[in-house]
Design a protein around this ligand. Structure first.
Ligand code: G3H
Ligand code: ZN
Length: 288
């Protein structure tokens, strides 16, 4: 069964110096594009559904798409709840066969973030799911969650060891200068901070806000310990702009050719990110 825990993928990435690309998905078109591109590249990937995707599509449809994909996929992938803030959604992700969950307690106090993340880790680990926590706050808008520059705070390396030890997370999302959504200028990542975080813990580190981060910056972040790169906006833009362009060019009376154009556009972005992460060809070395 190619549907595996994200922990398996992230540990392989960490041991081999690359990152697993993680993509936000919404529907069949995204799922097929991501899995097809990953197969072309022979790469492991993580498919993520955010809470607003769950609002849009429902847990059962996302579960159905993932398990349908898993019947045929020739590469290992994980199904991940992204930025879970509602504990009800976290529990439902367990019930619906997700293999990974992020509890985003970054808007809470340090102690409350630890308390709830540890609770999530306890229930998720019982069924073999891996757990991602977040320390520090990433600015920008991720679906329905908006964090202003003022609210945002970078991850404090001095809190990392305590957070990881007391929560039992398998991966940690860090705030080191990226933001959700489209950047107004070039993002400047705080690499000394990333280095200090890497020294403070051995769990795989996660970079959110992957859209629009220059390639060299992503490569450097991976060298310094990032093992998972989250990309959402770039796929949504590929989807909507390819459809918009096609509709300007001609009239469609059948959605299938139109959605095929979108699928090809999304797969192109996915393939580029897989290569950027150094994940091409890695699937064969992972047991699943
Ligand atoms: O959790 C999802 C990612 O952080 C996506 O960020 O939309 O800026 O690529 P992005
Ligand atoms: Zn994110």
């Amino acid at each position: 069964m190619p549907l595996v825990s994200a922990k398996v993928l992230l540990e392989h990435a960490q041991a081999n110096g690359y990152a697993v690309p993680a993509f936000n998905c919404h529907d069949l078109v995204d799922f097929q594009a991501i899995i097809a591109a990953a197969e072309t590249e022979g790469a492991p990937v993580i498919i993520m559904a955010s809470e607003s995707t769950i609002d849009f599509a429902g847990f059962s449809y996302i579960e159905g798409l993932a398990y349908a994909g898993a019947k045929e996929a020739k590469i290992p992938f994980a199904l991940h709840l992204d930025h879970g803030r509602d504990l009800d959604n976290v529990v439902k992700s367990v019930q619906h066969g997700f293999t990974s969950v992020m509890f985003d307690g970054s808007n809470l106090s340090f102690e409350e973030n630890i308390r709830l993340t540890a609770w999530v880790a306890d229930i998720a680990h019982r069924v073999g799911m891996s757990v991602e926590g977040e320390l520090g706050q990433i600015p920008g808008t991720e679906d329905d969650i908006t964090v202003s520059e003022q609210e945002a705070g970078m991850t404090d390396p001095d809190l990392v060891a305590d957070f990881v030890e007391r929560t039992g997370v398998d991966a940690l999302a860090v705030a080191i200068g990226t933001a959700h959504g489209l950047y107004k200028g070039e993002p400047k990542l705080d690499f000394p901070r990333l280095t200090a975080i890497r020294k403070a813990t051995s769990v795989p580190l996660v970079l959110h806000g992957g859209t629009g981060v220059p390639d060299d910056t992503v490569r450097r972040a991976i060298e310094l310990g990032i093992c998972k790169l989250n990309v959402g906006t770039e796929l949504r833009v590929a989807y909507t702009s390819s459809v918009s362009r096609a509709l300007v060019d001609r009239e469609f009376r059948d959605p299938r050719p139109l959605l095929s154009i979108a699928r090809t556009a999304i797969a192109g972005v996915v393939q580029d990110k897989i290569r950027l992460c150094g994940a091409s060809g890695r699937a064969k070395a992972i047991s699943w």
